[in-house]
Write a new protein. Structure first.
Length: 651
């Protein structure tokens, strides 16, 4: 019987016990510390020269005792550029130790910082914040130390981590474990079972010493390698390039299913809605690629279209009332929110935006993370071996969006030639340079990846976005509805943090995190660079501000100032290391913060719950909508907030 059915029936009551691992394993779990190159193997066929080599015996088990199958993970050539670094340090107190909290990221670079994260190629220190898992406050024996990069790590780069001068709540030193004392010694261990871990520890110690760290005082040290560009993005770029090469000069095949003209008295913003389907090559392993499908990969590890397998991507387009043959609308791909649907474009604020800006919003589903995928998401939370299907199907969803975009831009065979989109001429502008992207929430998260691989657009608005999902889930009220399944299936809090860390390795292929290095600079091959506007809702209950700001740092976005009124931020240095934009208008990528009065978020890895949730407030603001419209039209950030911090009325 599937686990989710057993959970519903209430027949599962006790988790499996944690067994002691082989010599050298951390008593809290053999994957710790995570991520670590101890769990890799040499592979000259990858760009990093390694690939993951996770042992199923070390993987977390669900309440039925089923361990996660690492097969898909072991095809990766490194770890996530947004990896949470995890360790278990019994007795550690964050305040006594002086860990750099999320409210004081700059402290992480202090000469005496108790945690050091070093790029082994350059010796440069990497900023981060560190926290004890607040979701495990009642389980100190299973409470993770979580270290999160404040800016994404560099691809194809090895990093070394050192923990030192750790303290208990009384200020007493936390002693290093006997095992690490052996591994730290320059003398090879007598126990042959420890030799592999000793070699990797010595390599990490050497890198830390080269960066000026006194290794004699270290409590723990390890190193890990970040995946390569090809390892992170190679699947979808292969799918894109192959699919468009086969398409050639032609437009994708499109079917118009329904055309609905709306009277002005019933809808003052939208004159016509058109629904239809775009035929897209499917790289999934089941006919028509239903939820739960995986990518069909060949011997080279790249996705292959199996026969003539196709995907019917349903789309909805709203033609604004402001559009006419004389003043055709700008076409925009729209990305919906968490596990939602394309019909999100029916929201009043989006219909208003469409009419105000003369923009035709066209949406298709984020398959993999759409309403139809909810059962598979729930199943995956109960048995994480199924999780790879989510980012796999999401990558097919990216291709669906790209084909819809090509149907919109194709001037002689695309949607602009169809009668549904005409009235004395085309009601929207086709051709090069017209298409833009607009997405909110999940549409900002997955939209970052889509924009990085898109070839038919160069400007994107990512509303209330973030990177990455492994950071967001603990900090989002949206995860409340899924935690009963996940928490029951995997009741151990340390296992849950490991699972989120493991998830990010694969999620990088299907969300913004794996693509940030190539979104606004160093574009992917055969891809134009993008300009991006990020819009943050201060105190957001659903998408954590810290994740939005990691995204901003990682893409080099500038901060629109003044960002907040004095005293609103709880940070020592608000928006640390996000430089202010020059005088507006600013022609470049930017972060815009919108304040509707909600309290500053808590510092720990828990969701904000105080006050109103401001998540949707920026899109309700006519001033913010006008700023977004101008940016998508010109690539410039203009001031629509009268030189003051941008605000929005709570609704």
């Amino acid at each position: 019987m599937p686990l989710v059915l057993l959970l519903a029936a209430g027949t599962v009551t006790a988790p499996p016990a944690h067994a002691a691992g082989p010599a050298g394993c951390d008593p809290a779990g053999c994957l710790l510390p995570f991520p670590s190159d101890v769990h890799t193997v040499a592979d000259p066929g990858t760009d990093t020269g390694i690939r993951l080599n996770l042992d199923r015996a070390d993987m977390p088990a669900n309440i039925l005792g089923t361990r996660i199958n690492p097969w898909e993970w072991n095809r990766s050539d490194g770890f996530s550029p947004g990896s949470a670094l995890l360790a278990h340090v019994p007795g550690l107190d964050a305040a006594s130790t002086g860990l750099a909290p999320v409210t004081d990221i700059g402290r992480s670079l202090a000469a005496d910082a108790p945690i050091v994260l070093v790029d082994t190629r350059t010796g440069a220190r990497q900023p981060y914040w560190a926290e004890l898992d607040a979701t495990a406050a009642g389980r100190p024996d299973r409470q993770a130390l979580i270290i999160r990069p404040a800016r994404n790590l560099n691809e194809n780069t090895r990093y070394a981590v050192g923990l030192r001068r750790l303290r208990t709540a009384t200020g007493a030193p936390v002693a290093a474990s006997e095992t690490f004392t052996v591994l730290r010694s320059p003398t090879p261990p007598a126990d042959a079972a420890l030799h592999r871990r000793w070699e990797y520890t010595q390599r990490a110690l050497g890198s830390l010493a080269s960066a000026g760290v006194d290794t004699s005082e270290l409590h723990l040290a390890w190193d890990f390698t970040v995946a390569s560009r090809r390892g992170l993005t190679g699947r979808i770029t292969h799918m894109r390039d192959e699919a468009f090469r086969r398409l050639g000069i032609f437009a994708p095949a499109v079917t118009i299913d329904k055309v609905t003209d709306r009277p002005a008295e019933t809808d003052p913003y939208i004159r016509r809605q058109v629904t239809g389907t775009v035929l897209v090559p499917s790289y999934l392993n089941n006919p028509l690629g239903p939820p739960g499908s995986w990518l069909n990969t060949g011997e080279d590890g790249l996705p292959e279209q199996e026969g003539v397998n196709t995907q019917l991507a349903k789309f909805h387009c709203n033609i604004p009332r402001s559009a006419s043959a004389a003043t055709p609308a700008r076409p925009a791909l729209y990305g919906h929110g968490l596990l939602g649907s394309p019909l999100e474009i029916e929201q009043s604020r989006l219909r208003q935006y469409a009419n105000e800006s003369n923009t035709m919003l066209c949406a298709t589903a984020w398959i993999g993370m759409a309403t139809e995928d909810v059962p598979n998401v729930i199943y995956s939370l109960g048995d994480f071996s199924q999780f790879p299907s989510i980012p796999d199907r999401s990558q097919q969803g990216f291709l669906n969006f790209l084909f819809l975009g090509r149907a919109l831009t194709h001037s002689w065979g695309g949607l602009s030639t169809r009668s549904a989109f005409r009235d004395g001429g085309s009601l929207f502008r086709s051709g090069s340079g017209q298409l833009v992207y607009l997405g909110n929430s999940q549409g900002g998260i997955l939209g970052g990846a889509l924009c990085a691989v898109a070839t038919d657009l160069t400007r994107c608005s990512l509303g209330v976005p973030g990177a990455n999902y492994s950071t967001l889930l603990n900090r989002s009220v949206d995860f409340d509805q899924f935690l009963p399944v996940f928490g029951t299936a995997y009741p151990d809090p340390l296992d849950r943090q490991l699972i989120l860390g493991l998830a990010q390795v694969l999620w990088d292929r299907g969300e913004a995190n794996g693509y940030l290095a190539h979104l606004t600079r160093d574009p992917l091959p055969n891809t134009p660079a993008k300009r991006v506007i990020l819009v943050e809702a201060f105190g957001d209950h659903q998408v954590a501000n810290v994740a939005t700001e990691v995204m901003a740092r990682s893409i080099g976005a500038r901060l629109r100032t003044p960002a907040l009124a004095a005293g609103r931020s709880a940070d020592v240095v608000p928006f640390w290391d996000i430089p202010a934009a020059p005088t507006l208008p600013y022609a470049g990528s930017a972060l815009v913060v919108v304040d509707s009065g909600s309290p500053a978020p808590p510092a720990g890895n828990v969701p904000p719950r105080a006050g109103l949730d401001p998540h949707g407030h920026p899109a309700n603001s006519p001033e913010i909508r006008a700023m977004i419209a101008r940016f998508l039209a010109t690539g410039e950030v203009v001031d629509t907030c009268a030189g003051l911090p941008c605000t929005a009325a709570p609704q």
